[in-house]
Ligand binder design. Structure first.
Ligand SMILES: NC(=O)c1ccc[n+]([C@@H]2O[C@H](COP(=O)([O-])OP(=O)(O)OC[C@H]3O[C@@H](n4cnc5c(N)ncnc54)[C@H](OP(=O)(O)O)[C@@H]3O)[C@@H](O)[C@H]2O)c1
Length: 302
């Protein structure tokens, strides 16, 4: 059942469905609504499984349609009557639920005069699998953003199938750019799994480092709020500075902070002695292996 909310006057914009509106789906919805794209909220639908979750979403997103049914006719009415700006269907469930969502939407895509562009945000699920689960001719894009999309500061990788037209890819890229200043289109599909292991997970690495630095600052006598403020600002500005001068290597930027024989150099030496680089590399490799195997598990029917 669709929970209908009065339409607000919006600019012409594509129909957007976010199937699986958990942490990341909500981040995308929040970011898109806050973005300068001026999307028409009456053309955005969020789907989830549990009524209790739908209830929370209705309170959080009072301008959007929320449904428990991926085949809800109201969700598909734009596709059936024809939708000039197109329909973009984001599948943002855990990988093991993607096939179920595809089964739900299959008959509706088949009945649409113009199939929607289906975008997945799930590591491991391949274009070949999605082509099996969706009607022939469905344009598919695999994508991998990260949670900063919630504040329009994400980083996103895209890999389109050959059926995605340049116009569709352009519309989708602009949508992602509105919530993600960095959007890259990848040359090879498996690079998407690497992107998932690097930037998809990156916020967790940064928060972990920040947490360790704040905790150590506190153990050395700084109040928590002060330590957190200093570390958060340092993190933001280190990234902003690196982005401003891409011609300078990250190693050089790090060395610039390390006066020879000084305290920061001593700190870096301790991290190196603890296998800092090896630890990060092994962590990313473990994440990549897990990302690839998610698709394999689904293939095996688990
Ligand atoms: N979180 C991140 O930082 C991040 C970053 C990059 C990529 N990803 C990827 O994004 C995907 C989602 O991650 P997440 O962290 O957002 O997961 P999540 O919080 O568990 O959200 C998944 C949502 O999917 C809904 N769902 C499950 N089956 C459904 C169905 N058949 N129809 C409609 N909705 C359904 C669930 O609804 P109910 O709550 O009602 O059960 C849940 O809210 C994953 O594949 C993940 O790997 C996540």
């Amino acid at each position: 059942m669709i929970h209908k909310i009065p339409r607000s006057s919006g600019y012409p914009s594509p129909r957007i469905t976010i199937a699986g509106c958990g942490v990341l789906g909500k981040g995308i919805a929040t970011g898109l609504l806050a973005s300068p794209l001026n999307l028409d909220p009456s053309k955005i639908t969020l789907t989830v499984r549990r009524e209790q979750h739908a209830h929370c979403l209705r309170e959080e997103f009072p301008g959007l349609a929320i449904t428990l049914d991926n085949g809800d006719p109201a969700l598909w009415q734009g596709g059936v009557t024809g939708d000039e700006e197109g329909h973009f269907l984001f599948i943002v469930t855990k990988p093991q639920h993607v096939q179920l969502v595809c089964a739900d939407v299959y008959p509706h895509i088949r009945a649409s005069p113009t199939p929607p562009v289906v975008i997945t945000l799930c590591p491991g699920i391949t274009i070949a699998q999605l082509q099996e689960w969706l009607p022939t001719g469905t344009p598919i894009v695999r994508s991998m953003p990260n949670t900063p999309v919630m504040v329009c500061q994400g980083a996103t990788g895209l890999f389109p199938s050959p059926l995605v037209t340049p116009c569709q890819l352009d519309t989708l890229t602009r949508m992602f750019e509105a919530i993600s200043p960095s959007v890259v289109t990848l040359a090879h599909e498996d690079q998407l799994n690497v992107v998932a292991a690097i930037s998809g997970s990156a916020p967790a690495y940064f928060y972990r480092l920040m947490d360790s630095m704040v905790a150590t600052g506190m153990s050395l006598g700084l109040p928590e709020s002060l330590a957190r403020d200093l570390i958060t600002q340092s993190c933001i500005e280190s990234g902003a500075f690196a982005r401003e001068i891409p011609s300078v290597s990250l190693a050089q930027l790090r060395n610039d902070v390390c006066v020879p024989g000084g305290s920061t150099e001593k700190a870096m030496n301790v991290l190196d002695a603890h296998g800092w680089h090896r630890g990060v590399k092994e962590a990313i490799t473990a994440s990549l292996t897990a990302n690839r195997s998610m698709g394999q598990k689904v293939k095996g029917g688990s």
